[in-house]
Ligand binder design. Structure first.
Ligand SMILES: Cc1ncc(COP(=O)(O)O)c(C=O)c1O
Length: 376
């Protein structure tokens, strides 16, 4: 079977630490350990911790904190994983393995293509439905979804807030997607890693509230600025399913890192959680203004829908060059890295991250302008 590479992660893995200006990050600048534990009196405890294996599905305290975000659940609905990446991996592996003749995943595109690639690499079939630019919004095509689901659908996979568009599926859209999926007796698998980084208004709704057969994957990597902890989770509507998927992590990483489990318990404690979410929102809000001004200055080349969450934008460009070629030119000639739309399943788009350092963002955008003006 041909291996499907995860192109988005490949391009980042290869170049993000090599280029001068990296605008591929979709989160906000990570915080330091000192910022996380800002009370020096709490620090000595860290040094007393044994570095043994941790509770393999996550400590009870941490699972309690995670479950508090999903109405009607307890720690038993939660499985802690090594990042959102492992959460998605074991969810896909479980779903494909346990679903018998149901070997199809229906994926909302554009999307972080991890589930798309894993599913194919595990031997499953992938179908898709799309977010479309419509009336200044990204709107899911429900007719396409209805056509795509069938008796072979194991799960419908969405990502909300969406990577790469920053779109949020609203309550009625989530309900409709959940109903279509449930009527087909399939699972709804919702990657909600960007929840908590909304540009304005309340927290984005969770698919958890709209289906009785739902799995949420998430992590501390985006809204909390803690990607290096590699701390993620699956929250399911069924405690039995959380237990069953746990058996799959015995084969992958055995348990979360002991230190990460402990630090995550601090990060998700009520005060710190609020502080970190506020930090992410403030950063995204401030930098969006820089990004928006730049996008508007290039209205002759770029068309975009403002993101509602997350620190990235996905503009469509009107230039006669494929997105991977444009990104390669930018990297080689301007030492700037962004992600081509083709790595999200959509051509003639770019994903530009704006959540890191302001000076680099401004300089990176200036260099992108220079190249686009030469090409146009
Ligand atoms: C939508 C989405 N899901 C999962 C991940 C992986 O997250 P983590 O770094 O927690 O493994 C990412 C990373 O960018 C992402 O954008």
């Amino acid at each position: 079977m041909k291996f499907e590479p995860f192109e988005l992660e490949r391009i980042q893995s290869k170049w993000e630490h090599v280029v001068e200006i990296n605008l591929t990050e979709s989160g906000v600048s990570p915080i330091t350990l000192g910022e996380l534990i800002d009370d020096p009196r709490s620090r000595p405890f860290l040094f007393e911790r044994s570095l043994g294996y941790s509770q393999t599905n996550g400590t009870e305290k941490l699972r309690d904190l995670i479950s508090s975000d999903y109405a009607g659940t307890t720690r038993d609905n939660v499985l802690v994983t090594n990042g959102g990446a492992e959460a998605n991996f074991v969810a896909a592996w479980y779903l494909l393995h346990e679903s018998g003749t149901r070997d199809e995943l229906v994926v909302l595109l554009p999307n972080y293509m991890q589930l798309y690639g894993i599913w194919k690499n595990l031997g499953g079939r992938v179908k898709s439905f799309h977010l479309k630019m419509q009336g200044g919004e990204w709107v899911p095509d429900m007719e396409e979804l209805k056509d795509a689901v069938s008796e072979r659908t194991a799960a419908v996979a969405i990502c909300t807030p969406n990577n790469p568009t920053g779109a949020i599926l609203d309550e009625s859209q989530l309900k409709e997607i959940a109903d279509i999926t449930y009527d087909m007796n399939a699972w709804l698998l919702s990657d909600e890693i960007y929840r908590g980084v909304e540009l304005e208004g309340p927290k984005a709704p969770s698919a958890f509230d709209y289906s009785e057969k739902v799995m949420i994957t998430s992590s501390l990597s985006k809204a909390y600025g803690l990607p290096g902890l590699r701390l993620g989770w699956i929250a399911t509507s069924s405690p039995e399913t959380a237990q069953d998927i746990w058996a799959y992590t015995d084969y992958t990483t055995i348990c979360p890192s002991t230190l990460s489990d402990h630090l995550a318990t601090i990060a998700l404690g009520p005060d710190v959680r609020e502080r970190l979410e506020k930090r992410a929102r403030e950063r995204v809000g401030a930098h969006w203004h820089i990004m928006k001004e730049w996008l508007d200055d290039h209205h002759d080349i770029l068309d975009y829908v403002p993101p509602k969450a997350a620190s990235m934008c996905f503009p469509r460009y009107d230039l006669d060059i494929k997105s991977l070629d444009l990104v390669e030119k930018l990297r080689i000639e301007k030492d700037v890295l962004v992600v081509p739309g083709s790595h999200f399943g959509m051509e003639y788009y770019l994903r530009i991250g704006f959540g890191y350092e302001e000076a680099k963002l401004r300089e990176g955008l200036r260099r992108i302008s220079e190249l686009m003006r030469i090409i146009s």
